[in-house]
Design a binder for this molecule. Structure first.
Ligand code: FE2
Ligand code: FE2
Length: 310
């Protein structure tokens, strides 16, 4: 993550990820892809690769002309998969047959995916209502912590406005689930630790909340039901403002609290992006009103990280 990503416009960032991933479909592989490469490792190279890690032998396949052609066609590094089969040679070395493909080989994401059964769908919205109600308290806490840090009054105002957004989100989600609006949990005050504040804001706000906007807008664009589309978009556009607040607070805190805050923020963002990629491709049992195929979630996560690092 470079300094260019230090203080992005979340609207521009989200827009670029979603436009790059226009229909969240992968680019087309060229028809005339070069053949899968085969490489020969000497006994020494083979031994050293095997000792490094179980994937290290296949990693020697990187740089093959097939991979270069896929990159040329618009695939990002994270979307290109490399697998291999290894046969050991008489001299102790190995012949490695590389299998270079893409995560998109499993097929493109459907434009509109089937809705979950009504009961589980209502359960999903009810759960969302609870999470939105928790966010009300989280913004109460944020406003108090910003005051404790001596942050500009504008940040505190924006945290209070975000709190009101979360009230509306809880109401919207509860109405989608036909349940009563859940109450916001009571605020429990814990000893204030500025570095913990920086860490949580960087991971939860800058990385997870920004990616949640991308994820929600991608789902909204696939929703076949107009009401679902409207509710998801309304929530996402408010969350975009909340994510921007997190990045603005992050930039201010890094200046205000100096080098320890800078390293804490960077480490938290790196950890959160690693977790994001690890989780992006998992199959989720309860995926809400609109499911995103694992390869689409992975593509979004990689493109988000790529834009952050650009
Ligand atoms: Fe929300
Ligand atoms: Fe939010």
């Amino acid at each position: 993550m470079t300094s260019n990503a230090a203080h992005p416009s979340v609207r521009a960032l989200v827009g670029s990820v979603l436009s790059l991933c226009s229909a969240c479909a992968c680019p087309s592989s060229p028809d005339d892809l070069p053949a899968n490469p085969t490489i020969t490792l000497s006994a020494e190279e083979y031994e050293s690769a095997r000792q490094t890690s179980s994937e290290a032998v296949c990693e020697r396949c990187n740089g093959g002309s097939r991979e270069a052609a896929l990159r040329e066609a618009g695939f990002f590094a994270g979307e290109i998969t490399v697998d291999c089969s290894v046969s050991e040679n008489a001299d102790g070395g190995a012949t490695v047959e590389c299998h270079v493909g893409t995560q998109c080989d499993a097929g493109r994401a459907p434009r509109a995916l089937a809705a979950s059964p009504r009961s589980s769908l209502e359960g999903w919205w009810a759960n969302m209502a609870l999470r939105e109600a928790e966010a009300i308290t989280a913004f109460d806490e944020l406003a108090l912590e910003l005051a404790a840090l001596g942050a500009p009054a504008a940040f505190i105002e924006r945290a209070r406005a975000a709190r009101e957004d979360e009230v509306r989100h809880a109401e919207l989600c509860a109405s989608m689930a036909s349940v009563a609006v859940p109450p916001a949990p009571r605020l429990t005050l814990t000893p204030f630790d500025p570095m913990r504040f920086v860490e949580l804001n960087a991971a939860e706000g800058c990385i997870r909340e920004t990616f949640a906007v991308i994820d929600t807008l991608a789902r909204a664009s696939r929703a076949s039901d107009a009401r679902t589309r409207e509710v998801l978009r309304t929530i996402a556009m408010d969350e975009l403002q909340h994510a921007q607040l997190s990045w603005d607070i992050d930039a201010w805190a890094r200046r205000h609290l100096g080098p320890p805050a800078r390293s804490t923020s960077l480490a938290a963002k790196r950890r959160a992006t690693r977790q994001l990629v690890a989780r992006a491709g998992r199959n989720e049992a309860h995926d809400g009103p609109v499911a995103l195929a694992p390869q689409v979630r992975r593509a979004l996560a990689y493109r988000f990280i790529h834009r952050l690092a650009a």
